[in-house]
Structures are given as structure tokens and as C-alpha cells.
Design a protein around this ligand. Sequence first.
Ligand SMILES: Nc1ncnc2c1ncn2[C@@H]1O[C@H](COP(=O)(O)OP(=O)(O)OP(=O)(O)O)[C@@H](O)[C@H]1O
Length: 348
Amino acid sequence: MPSLPLQSLCELCSAQKPSLRRPKTGQKICQQCFFHVFETEIHNTITAASLFHPGERVAIGASGGKDSTVLAHVMKTLNERYSYGVDFVLLSIDEGIRGYRDDSLETVKRNQQQYSLPLKIVSYKDLYDGWSMDNIVAQIGSKNNCTYCGVFRRQALDRGAQMLGINHVLTGHNADDMAETVLMNILRGDTARLDRCTEIITQSAESPIKRSKPLKFAYEKEIVLYAHYKKLDYFSTECTYSPEAFRGTARTLIKNLETVRSSAIIDIIHSGETFALQRRGGKNQAKKLVAGVCERCGYISSNKLCKACVLLDGLNAGRAAVQISLEKPGDQDDGAALVRKQLEHLSF
Ligand SMILES: Nc1ncnc2c1ncn2[C@@H]1O[C@H](COP(=O)(O)OP(=O)(O)OP(=O)(O)O)[C@@H](O)[C@H]1O
């Protein structure tokens, strides 16, 4: 029997017919090899960063979307395959967005059964004086709502983890998200954030909880393919409230770059990781945060009030505008903030 031409076999195993072209490398490979390389790359990311230790309890931030569903599936698979000895728990935040989060939480509840993992759901309403995102948008409109949601969700994930006695939360941020963030920080001239945005593990003085991103090098297109071929149960509707325009523009740019050069996503992350940022004589050095507690809610904060309580004060007082500086120490002299300061000192 004549042998098949080489290109009609999987470029990795040379045994099976290829069923897809791998977005990250362009290789034509079979489904089994795709599963294997996708999972193994995540395992390598985990071991290179020593992300877990045996006996550790770790929460997976589970939104029901493709990224965190794939994350939960792969973490369970690798934990069993490589005996990490980690005790995983699904942790979901209910922001209170009707027609979006209520439906995606139903998906997480099914995932809980499918993966036999415990699930904890924490809601904004319970944590924040009865405010849900639907109520917040009804009061402030749809313009700044992502700011509220971001501050509240970050703290809610921490608080949920604390309720579970856990100090490590995984999120499903992928390589595309990370490349977008690098690009946004460059475009904003935000060198302080640029310095740390590619780190796989982050922990701030404002939180006792460690965050990590095991999908940091996983391409979004591969996550979608993996979820599709594994027939994972996930929720694919976008949030009903307005997305951040700046991030959306950076996202489109990344996607366009990817179509002409598939390695662009990894290349941007690599650049972000290896930039040597020039320090300006201590001017750009981060002020040391002194961790204290919020006078109002008692949660960790480096200011008198934590960011969530500052926002809640505004909401409870019926103010619409965001009265909060979301800058981190060291950011003050960068980009737009720097231009603003220079303009303030101009005299005519
Ligand atoms: N409501 C939530 N509850 C728990 N974790 C969340 C929630 N929203 C976001 N996360 C975590 O933060 C990560 C990034 O969230 P983002 O809002 O950017 O969603 P995404 O990129 O669409 O991810 P996904 O596909 O998992 O929804 C998610 O993968 C998840 O781990």
C-alpha cells in the first residue's frame, strides 16, 4: 500500500490524520496531540513558577465563561495526572447582573457536578450594602460601571477565599488578555503597571490573597478549540454592560496582529517580561504601602477607607461620579497623570 504523503499526517505523532491547525504554531495536528500539548504547556507553566504545593487549598475563580471553565477542567486533569496534591474549590462572584450572571452561575453549578468540586458563591448584594450591579447601573448609568465592578469583584474574590480559609485564587486570564494589558500599559505610559503586569503570581499589600494565572501562555483561540473538542459546558454571552473601550481597541489590535503573525501574542508577553525599565532617580519608585484595615468594613486597606467603601459611600450618598483614585503608588508620575501634572505647572 502506498504510504500517505507526510503532510497528511499529524505533525506531532505522525500517526493520526490532522484535524486542526494549531493557532499558536500553525502546525497541523490531531485532536489527541492538541489536547496533550495544550495541557502539557499549562503543566510546564505551573511547574516553572512552582505555583502549588502538596496539600494546598486553592480557589478557582469560576465565572462559567470559557476561560475559567477550561481552567477548572485542566486543573482537575493535571492535578490527577501529575499528583499535585491540591484541593481545588470553585469560587464564583454573583455581581447581580440579570440575564448574564444568573445564567452563567447555572453553568458553574453544572460544572460543580461535572468536575465534583465544591462551589462557593458570594454576592455583591450580601457584601456591599445590598448593591447589585443592576442597581449600581440604574443609579450611575453605564459609563463608569466597570470601575465599580472591577473594585468590588477583586475584593469579593478575596473575601470569598477568606471565608473558605484559602489564600490562593486562580483566574482564567489568558495570553491574549496579558498581551492586551502589556499594550495598554505601553499606550498609557503606565510604566509602574507595565513592570508587573506579566507576573504569573501577584499579591498586593492591599490583599492577603495570592492571585495566579496558569493560562498566562494559553492562546484564546486554543482555549476555545479545547473547550469545543472536549465538549465543555460553558456560557458564552458577553456582559450586558458596556465593555472598556480602551481594552476593546487593544484587543482588536492584538487580534489583527495575530492574523499576520501568530507568535505576536507570545512575543508581546515576552517583551513585557523582559523590558528593563529605566528608574528616574527614585521619582518613579513605588511608595511603600502600609497595610492597615478599613475603618468602615475592617477589610485590609492601606488607606483609612478601602476602595470598595469609598465607592459605596458615593453610591449610598447618591453621587454618580467615581470619586476614587485607582492609581497605585508609583503610577502618579506616568503617562496621562504626568501630562496633567506638567499642565498644572504651566504659566502663561
Ligand atoms: N463573577 C466571577 N466569579 C468568579 N471569578 C470571576 C468572575 N468574573 C471573572 N472571574 C475570574 O477572572 C477571570 C477573567 O475575567 P474576565 O471578566 O476578564 O472574563 P473572561 O476573560 O471572559 O473569562 P471567562 O471566560 O472565564 O469568563 C475569569 O477567567 C475568572 O477566573
